[in-house]
Design a protein around this ligand. Structure first.
Ligand code: C2E
Ligand code: CA
Ligand code: CA
Ligand code: CA
Length: 280
């Protein structure tokens, strides 16, 4: 029982002990979650700023932990620390392929549609990553162009040459690549020059204040211009307001993604909302 006379350090130690216990439980729960298959994905649409139509969707992982749904920022870092991210990432890819099969069977898969999957640096640096990808595509009879891989700048740091080779090999089977969180990493520009990506996603931290902050406005303008010069498609992430949409259309961001259009939703909701045309 707690006494009022206890000093700070005792409380601090208590707090640390509680946190350590919670962390242990989290780690145990995460490895159990893999066996129990508690991970699933939600989809968020990407919208063309020209046609205002949905061109693709990003798959974002979620963890059904008992009654609560856990967001990736609360467990991906733990998975990244171990090899578990590879297992979970592979499983996500399988689930996305299964979903694509479902769309195909229902006649809802148009040739230009894609699903973007976030790929961890650990997955990409695995020696058999390409084998795994080609195997899953063959198993489900899905063409590579239905997939896009989102990578962050950090993946490239370890072994740039190997990363570039793998990207090129996967591009040959139709998979496109997108450089995620552009602008947040170290030395963004040099990586953009080196990595053969098709798209760059401007991090939401730059998009937030484009209508408010002149500096952010200029920065995003430069990124958009740079992308045009390099022949790379741009995606603005975290678009939340009408003003942002208008600004981004005007300044030539080709694709838009954010809560303004839709939060990430369950695959079945995505089908209902975006893939089944109501007037058919
Ligand atoms: P990310 O790849 O940058 O994904 C975008 C994040 O921004 C998502 O958070 C999305 O829900 C959120 N978002 C989208 N639109 C808006 C908006 O208008 N406003 C705001 N405030 N947020 C918006 P989420 O789903 O929590 O994912 C967080 C991160 O977790 C992702 O960032 C990605 O780095 C990672 N992640 C998600 N799924 C996977 C996965 O399957 N594998 C790996 N390795 N990482 C994943
Ligand atoms: Ca992403
Ligand atoms: Ca991002
Ligand atoms: Ca992010």
């Amino acid at each position: 029982s707690k006494k009022s006379g206890r000093n700070c350090s005792t409380l601090f130690i208590d707090k640390m002990a509680t946190e350590a216990a919670e962390l242990l439980k989290l780690e145990r729960d995460i490895s159990n979650a893999i066996f129990k298959d508690e991970f699933f994905f939600v989809l968020q649409p990407l919208i063309s700023s020209v046609t205002m139509e949905v061109t693709s969707a990003e798959a974002l992982i979620r963890w059904q932990r008992g009654d609560t749904i856990v967001a990736p920022n609360d467990f991906i870092p733990f998975l990244e620390e171990s090899a578990m991210i590879i297992e979970v990432g592979d499983k996500m890819l399988t689930k996305v392929c299964e979903f694509l099969v479902q769309l195909k069977q229902r006649g809802l898969l148009t040739a230009s549609f894609k699903i973007a999957v976030n790929i961890s640096g650990k997955q990409l640096s695995e020696a058999d990553f390409i084998d795994k990808v080609t195997t899953v595509l063959r198993k489900y009879q899905i063409a590579g162009h239905y997939l896009e891989f989102e990578i962050t700048e950090s993946v490239a740091l370890d072994n740039l040459k190997d990363t570039i080779n793998k990207i090129n090999e996967l591009k040959q089977i139709g998979i496109s690549f997108s450089l995620d969180d552009f602008g947040t990493g170290y030395s963004s520009l040099s990586h953009l020059k080196d990595l053969p990506v098709d798209k760059l996603k401007i991090d939401q931290s730059f998009i937030n204040d484009i209508n408010v902050d002149k500096q952010d406005e200029n920065l995003v303008k430069s990124i958009l211009q740079l992308a045009v010069n390099l022949g790379i498609v741009t995606v603005a992430e975290g678009v939340e307001t009408k003003e942002q949409v208008e600004w981004l259309k005007e300044n030539g961001s080709m694709l838009l993604q954010g809560y303004y259009f839709s939060r990430p939703i369950l695959p079945n909701e995505f089908i209902e909302k975006y893939l089944i045309s109501k007037d058919e």
